[in-house]
Design a binder for this molecule. Structure first.
Ligand code: ATP
Ligand code: MG
Length: 389
């Protein structure tokens, strides 16, 4: 289980350390930094598939996603005694850092500005530093692997051993050192991160992948854009979770039942049989909210749940009546997988709190443009050290 997510220098997340539980609900006003937190989580997961640099480029490039405020915010600035201002020159290099901790191992990546060159890729940000350590807190004694620019060192029986000298600036140790026998802790980090799944606002327009005919193969994981929805629904319906899924749909839509049929060509078709209708409604005919709810239920009831599921505003386009069924689904799924829900729905927060009183709840607030966890003090902020380049 991930116990801590840490973000430094990403949009309004100047320096955020968030403790996580088995089920964590993150809420906050518009602009408080919820989506940024969700995106930061995704960027970390992109690192394990080699996609961090391109994901940053898609987000507008490093310079646009970097924290736009001063390097440090003094007490006098916070108290409003002096205006917010940057000091003449930076004390530390420009850096965007992302990390997470579990009780067993932890990881951080530090991304910075490119070294000037004549290459057409000269604008790509670079992975300057990566660290893997034992346990939740980074200290010299717990460090197991460090990557500083091109050089990767691992702790060996006698001191440190350099295992790679020329790792490319856009490559991560997570994708390049792939031998699990040589680097068991790295393999553990990669296995954890690559099994995280994210569900954002799934597309529901007429051309949405979820509404298209789909080749059906066994699909324990719903694709984030829903392109395998029919197969994923059928996978749940042929598992021990069939009655729970049927119950969740009937609970939400008054006795409606799901149906999946297959054509001779192996195409799967999802439809809903609603009381009062003479024929089932195909997936192309479902309302946006119905389609979203079916997708959410399918993702949450996977027979092979991911180790971590992060849901961004799962309540989008759902009628308030569906808030409680959704909260029940989320809390039931949290018994099998770690879940983080990012939401601005107070109703969903309170429904989850009602179903799962031990869920961790965080409210994000903005102070001088910086996202902070409300009421987090020195004692409630998990210990987190970024180290240095
Ligand atoms: N580079 C940056 N530096 C500092 N702040 C930034 C930067 N880029 C964006 N922001 C600010 O970060 C805030 C966070 O936006 P975000 O989309 O995460 O909010 P949100 O909580 O998801 O809001 P909503 O509920 O409206 O979706 C915005 O107020 C935005 O102005
Ligand atoms: Mg948002």
């Amino acid at each position: 289980m991930i116990t801590t997510l840490a973000v430094h220098g990403y949009r309004s997340l100047r320096d955020l350390v968030v403790p996580l539980g088995g089920l964590t609900v993150v809420t906050g006003a518009n602009g408080s930094g919820k989506s940024s937190l969700y995106q930061a989580f995704r960027l970390l997961s992109d690192t394990s598939s080699g996609g961090l640099v391109s994901a940053l480029a898609e987000a507008g490039g490093l310079s646009s996603v970097l924290w736009a405020g001063p390097e440090t915010i003094s007490r006098a600035m916070r108290n409003g005694e002096v205006p917010v201002q940057g000091k003449g020159s930076r004390r530390r290099p420009v850096s965007l850092m992302l990390g997470f901790a579990t009780a067993e191992f932890s990881y951080l990546v530090d991304v910075g500005l490119p070294t000037p060159s004549r290459s057409l890729f000269a604008g790509d940000p670079e992975l300057k530093r990566e660290v893997v350590w034992d346990g939740p807190v980074l200290r010299p004694a717990t460090t197991l692997l460090t990557r500083l620019r091109g050089a990767v060192k691992v702790r060996a029986e006698r001191g440190w051993e350099t295992v790679v000298e020329d790792l490319g600036p856009r490559e991560s140790v997570l994708t390049t050192l792939s031998d699990p026998r040589g680097y068991p802790e790295l393999a553990a980090v990669r296995a954890a991160v690559s099994s995280w799944r994210f569900h954002d606002d799934i597309r529901t327009d007429r051309r949405a992948p979820a509404r298209q005919p789909q080749i059906g193969t066994w699909s324990p994981i719903l694709d984030h854009d829903g392109r395998n929805l029919a197969a994923a629904v059928e996978t749940v319906r042929e598992s021990a979770w069939a009655t729970v899924l049927d119950g969740a749909i009937a609970d939400a839509f008054d006795g409606t039942t799901l149906e999946v049929t297959a054509s001779d060509e192996g195409l799967f078709f999802l439809s809903l049989r609603q009381p009062g209708m003479l024929r089932p409604m195909g997936v192309a005919e479902l309302s946006d909210g119905t389609l979203r709810y079916v997708a959410m239920a399918t993702a949450l009831l996977s027979p092979r749940p991911p180790s971590l599921l992060v849901l961004n505003e799962p309540e989008t386009s759902l009628h308030p009546q569906l808030t409680e069924p959704l909260a029940r689904l989320i809390t039931a799924a949290a018994h099998r997988t770690q879940i983080v829900v990012v939401t601005h729905s107070a109703a969903l927060v309170s429904a989850i709190g009602h179903e799962a009183p031990d869920a961790v709840q965080h409210e994000l607030v903005k102070e001088l443009g910086e996202t902070r966890v409300a009421e987090q003090g020195l004692l409630t902020r998990p210990t987190w050290d970024w180290g240095s380049r």
